[in-house]
Design a protein around this ligand. Structure first.
Ligand code: ZN
Length: 193
């Protein structure tokens, strides 16, 4: 089955100490695993998607303006991928296997061409990584489920600022979205187990 890795919002603003809406240490702890997964998928000539939040300053029409401080502003350092992931992506920027996309809502599918691109490539299985488990990863997973994709969530490559929300979302992926939840690539929980 053709697979794609979707890395959600692994940016400076969501991960670094100085980030505007940071997960902090739990998010920083994912760096090595996300870089590893990205390398593996690229090496296996699978599709890799960097789904990155995109906002403009002072947007009164955006629903997040009422909920969160400004983050991932277009052209800002905060919207750069965090740590070594930026270096890996820099090196592959011309690769047809890599798609760097802007999203303006929690879900990478909301108002984007992601579903069209995945279908054009015959991709049926989506592997999810990034932050936050219980916000943008969750909303992306719910949309993917509704669109009929099989889901694999990498528990060692997702995190949140909210430990309870993180745990809840992992259970929801498994029990409600039928996802395989894996660690080190090995299934730790699926809806069948
Ligand atoms: Zn946002």
């Amino acid at each position: 089955m053709k697979r794609a890795l979707i890395v959600v919002d692994y940016t400076v603003d969501f991960v670094a100490d100085e980030g505007r809406l940071t997960c902090g240490a739990p998010g920083q702890g994912l760096e090595e695993r996300i870089v590893q997964l990205t390398g593996e998928f690229l090496q296996q000539e699978q599709y890799v998607v960097m789904a990155v939040d995109f906002h403009t300053s002072d947007d009164p029409y955006h629903p997040e303006s009422r909920l969160f401080p400004e983050h991932n502003i277009a052209g800002s350092a905060g919207r750069q991928l965090y740590g070594q992931l930026e270096d890996v992506v820099q090196r592959c920027r011309d690769s047809a296997q890599l798609y760097e996309m802007a999203k303006t809502r929690y879900s990478a599918f909301a108002g984007t061409d992601l579903d069209l691109r995945l279908r054009a490539r015959g991709i049926q299985e989506l592997h999810l990584a990034g932050v936050c488990t219980d916000i943008c990863v969750l909303h992306t997973a719910v949309d993917a489920y509704n669109l009929g994709y099989q889901l694999v969530v990498h528990a060692d490559a997702v995190q949140s600022f909210d430990a309870d929300g993180h745990r809840w979302a992992l259970g929801h992926f498994r029990n409600v979205l039928g996802a395989q939840v894996v660690e080190g690539g090995t299934v730790i929980a699926s809806s069948q187990s």
